[in-house]
Design a protein around this ligand. Structure first.
Ligand SMILES: [Zn+2]
Length: 343
C-alpha cells in the first residue's frame, strides 16, 4: 500500500486512472460469474491494504506537502485509543463529508480515500475547482480498531456495528464523529463499503461490481429535496461508472435502517448523552457505495470503483451540475443477486 500511494504521489497516476480507460481484465481470466475469487481456505493478506499506521503516515505526508491546502485533525479517540483522523481540503461553501471503512474488514475504501485526498491537494484544474467550491472532510478510517482486527464491528468497549450506532451512541467513535458532523455541517455525505464477492445483475450474466445505495432509509423519512439530491448523487455516480465500463452497476437492496450514520445525518433527531440533537440537519444528500469484495485481489480495480464515482460527485457538486442532474433513469436501475464466485 505504501508503494501504490507513493506511485500515485510521484507520478500523478490518479488523474490518469480517473480519466483514462481501465485496467483490462486480461490478468483475470473470465469465468461466470467472474473472478478473481477468494478460496474458502485462503488467508486474506492485509500487507497490501492500508492499515492504521499507513493512514497516520500518509495523512502526515499529504498535510506536510500540501502547502497548507490540507489540514489533518483528530475527532477523538477510538475505544482502543487510536486517533480518529480526518483531513480537510478546500474552502468552498458546500461541505462534503466522505467516510471510509466504518466496517473494519471492508478493505479498499481507505486507500481510495487517501488517493482522492492526495489528488485534491495537487495542482490540477479539477482539484482547484473542487477546492474553490467545496470543503471536503475526508475520513479514511472511521473504525481503526475494527480495521486493525479485520472485523466489521468496533472492538471495545462494545463490539458492535458502528453503522448501527447513531441512535444509542454506545461507542466513542460514534460520539466523536457525530460531534464532527454537527460542527462541520456537511451538505453532502458519502459512505464507502464493500459487499459480497460475486453478485450477478438480475436478468443478465454480468458480474455486479458496484451497488449504489441512494436510500439507507425509506424516502418517506426524507424531505423531497433530500430524496432528489440522493438520486442525483446516485445517478452522477452510476453514469461515471458506466463510462468506466466494468462496474455493471446495480441498486443496493431496499432497506430502512434509521440508526445508520447516513440515516441520522438526513433525519437528525438523535444525539449522544449530554448533547442536543441538531434542530435542522444541514445534510441535503447522503448516499453509500458498495464495491465487490475479494480480499487482497484486484486492489487497483476495486479502488477505482470507489474513486471514480466519488470524484464524479465531488466534481458535479463543485461545478453545480449535481443539483440539476437528471434522475429519470434511477427507477430503471437493476438489482442483483448474490451467487457463488467463479462457478
Ligand atoms: Zn459495510
Amino acid at each position: 500500500m505504501r508503494k501504490s500511494l507513493a506511485a500515485f504521489a510521484t507520478t500523478g497516476l490518479l488523474a490518469a486512472a480517473v480519466s483514462v480507460a481501465v485496467t483490462p481484465a486480461s490478468a483475470d481470466p473470465a469465468h461466470l460469474p467472474g473472478g478473481p475469487c477468494l478460496q474458502p481456505d485462503q488467508n486474506v493478506s492485509l500487507s497490501s491494504v492500508a492499515g492504521y499506521d499507513d493512514v497516520v503516515q500518509v495523512l502526515d505526508r499529504i498535510e506536510r506537502t500540501s502547502n497548507g491546502l490540507v489540514t489533518v485533525d483528530s475527532a477523538g479517540a477510538s475505544g482502543e485509543g487510536r486517533q480518529l483522523l480526518y483531513a480537510t481540503v478546500g474552502t468552498g461553501p458546500t461541505v462534503v463529508w466522505v467516510h471510509s471503512r466504518i466496517h473494519g474488514n471492508e478493505l479498499h475504501s481507505t486507500e481510495a480515500a487517501l488517493q482522492i485526498l492526495d489528488y485534491l491537494s495537487g495542482g490540477s484544474q479539477a482539484a482547484r475547482l473542487i477546492r474553490e467550491n467545496l470543503t471536503v472532510v475526508m475520513i479514511p478510517m472511521y473504525n481503526p480498531d475494527g480495521a486493525e482486527a479485520n472485523i466489521r464491528q468496533s472492538t471495545t468497549p462494545n463490539r458492535i456495528d458502528l453503522n448501527r450506532d447513531w441512535e444509542n451512541f454506545a461507542q466513542p467513535e460514534s460520539v466523536a464523529f457525530w460531534r464532527l458532523w454537527r460542527d462541520v455541517g456537511p451538505h453532502l455525505a458519502l459512505d464507502l463499503h464493500h459487499m459480497g464477492q460475486a453478485p450477478i445483475v438480475n436478468g443478465t450474466n454480468d458480474l455486479n461490481q458496484f451497488q449504489i445505495g441512494a436510500r439507507s432509509i425509506d424516502p418517506s423519512r426524507m424531505t423531497a429535496q433530500q430524496w432528489l439530491t440522493n438520486r442525483q448523487m446516485a445517478m452522477v455516480s452510476v453514469d461515471a461508472l458506466d463510462q468506466y465500463g466494468l462496474a455493471n452497476v446495480a441498486h443496493y437492496p431496499i432497506i430502512d435502517i434509521t440508526n445508520a450514520a447516513l440515516s441520522r445525518m438526513l433525519m437528525s433527531g438523535t444525539a449522544p448523552a449530554g448533547e442536543q440533537p441538531v434542530a435542522q440537519t444541514p445534510t441535503r444528500g447522503a448516499i453509500f457505495y458498495e464495491v465487490r469484495s475479494v480480499g487482497q485481489k484486484s486492489n487497483g480495480q476495486l479502488e477505482n470503483l470507489f474513486r471514480i464515482p466519488t470524484m464524479a460527485v465531488l466534481t458535479a457538486a463543485a461545478d453545480g451540475s449535481l443539483f440539476s442532474y437528471d434522475v429519470s433513469d434511477y427507477a430503471n436501475l437493476p438489482f442483483a443477486t448474490q451467487g457463488p464466485c467463479g462457478q
